[in-house]
Write a protein that binds this ligand. Structure first.
Ligand SMILES: *Cc1c(COP(=O)(O)O)cnc(C)c1O
Length: 453
């Protein structure tokens, strides 16, 4: 085993996502949108890669071996650093000990590469020509482009139009790695044409882009669709984050009290907490686990726990999750990523069962935390990651009041170099907060499918 970097170990096995094998109440299965029956592997096969379907439906194996080819790739940037935030602790004058696991140490700039390389590997192994996907802020598309170029796969990315226009540099990184990038909604798919006819001038959403990517995958020979978050398989691959964190903390003899992660679709958080949640579920240890989401897209804190469509075009399977409704489109004013309407069904079930907490934060306070962190710790954080920084700082400040020496671990999922338009807004004092009204949420939630359970 390669244990070189900082004495940390890289895992050789993925760990059942968010401790799925230890969950008494398993997440509800994906349902066929037409029949409302659980999706079978055969039904999923036209959309997803075979091995990934097997992983998706596997709720019992605690460990799954990481193939050598994926481990070889991980050697380029893993184990990722687990850093004690001494300077932040000092700046906050807190007795709390703060650690962060930094996943921005690769060209894609985020944790998404962990799953992208696994998914590309399984697609290649199946003999496919290529994969399609959507990307919002662009990190997933970038990670997948890198992974596909490594394994010689074609990569078609549907990029939410507003990001395509606002983040030309992300787009060019993807094209440099050989991906074909199309702004979504587009005229290249039936669903894109339909959405454009109904909402001319729309700047797009992740839900629309997913529908387009799925349509292209299912109608093109030798292609499958891959997704960068939400699904069990993605949380499974991201378990490398938590396994490395656990190994490193164990070596240091440190037991965290609070574990914090930002939550868009739930993959980095699910990965970070996997081994800790496993211990918690088995009654071996207890941790406070906090998911942090934007107040402008509050799936956990204001959504409904129900079956919903994963995409706007309603072609994907139904998932039971905390959701704002598949028609929910976050305000254009929302700069910080984490804009998906739903949430991992595994994390949703854990949250529903009271095994983790969730909180929402407003974007100006997120960028204040980002700025404070950048100035003392040196890393320019992604806006998404800065949601976790916000709450880590708040918890550390509470410790200052009470004098408690708690240990806080948070996931620093990526760097913010491609988010400078958002930073510019913040620096110019032009960033505002938008919180959807109850009426707006009620309207999108009214579109939930009626599913008998
Ligand atoms: C995509 C992304 C997230 C959110 O996605 P999850 O699936 O919830 O982890 C968070 N941080 C960064 C940097 C991202 O790219």
């Amino acid at each position: 085993m390669n244990c070189s970097k900082g004495g940390l170990a890289r895992p050789r096995r993925f760990f059942g996502n968010a401790a799925l094998p230890d969950m008494k109440n398993k997440p509800a299965p994906l349902l066929n949108p037409a029949t409302h029956k659980p999706m079978t592997a055969e039904e999923l096969a036209p959309v997803f890669c075979d091995e990934l379907i097997a992983q998706e439906l596997n709720t019992t194996d605690a460990y799954i071996d990481i193939p050598e080819e994926i481990q070889d790739f991980y050697k380029m940037y893993r184990p990722s650093p687990l850093i004690r935030a001494y300077f932040l602790e000092k700046a906050l004058d807190t007795p709390a000990k703060i650690y962060y696991k930094f996943e921005g140490n690769n060209t894609s700039g985020s944790h998404k590469l962990n799953s992208a390389i696994a998914q590309a590997y399984y697609a290649k192994k199946q003999g496919l020509k290529g994969v399609t996907t959507e990307t919002g802020a662009g990190q997933w598309g970038t990670a997948l482009s890198m992974a596909c170029s490594y394994f010689g796969l074609d990569c078609k990315v549907y990029m939410v139009k507003v990001s395509y226009e606002q983040k030309p540099f992300r787009r060019e990184v993807m094209r440099t790695y050989g991906a074909q990038v199309t702004p979504s909604p587009s005229m290249t798919t039936e669903i894109g044409k339909k959405i454009l006819a109904e909402h001319p001038g729309t700047t797009g959403s992740l839900g629309c882009a997913i529908s387009e990517a799925v349509e292209v995958a299912t109608s093109t020979e030798g292609y499958r669709y891959v997704l960068g978050s939400v699904l069990n398989q993605v949380l499974l691959h991201q378990s490398v984050i938590g396994l490395e964190t656990k190994t490193a903390l164990d070596k240091l003899g440190v037991k965290p009290d609070i574990i914090i992660g930002c939550a868009g679709g739930g993959s980095n958080l699910g990965g970070l907490i996997a081994p800790f949640m496993g211990e918690k579920l088995r009654g071996e240890a207890d941790y406070r686990i906090i998911a942090v989401e934007p107040a402008s897209c509050p799936s956990f804190t204001r959504g409904k726990f129900a079956y919903d469509f994963c995409d706007t075009g309603m072609v994907c399977p139904l998932a039971k999750m905390y959701t704002l409704g598949s028609g929910f489109i976050p305000s254009a004013n929302h700069a910080g990523g984490l804009r998906y309407h739903g949430m991992s069904s595994t994390l949703s079930q854990l949250y529903h069962d009271g095994l983790m907490e969730a909180t929402s934060v407003e974007q100006t306070s997120v960028f204040e935390a980002a700025e404070q962190f950048a100035r003392v710790e040196g890393i320019l954080p992604a806006p998404e990651s800065s949601h976790a920084i916000r709450v880590a700082i708040d918890e550390a400040l509470k410790c200052k009041e009470t004098g408690e020496e708690k240990t806080i671990v948070f996931g620093l999922t990526g760097t913010g170099y491609f988010d400078m338009v958002a930073y510019e807004k913040f620096n110019d004092g032009k960033m505002t907060d938008y919180i959807p009204t109850d009426e707006e949420l009620a309207k999108s939630l009214a579109g939930l499918p009626v599913v008998e359970e």
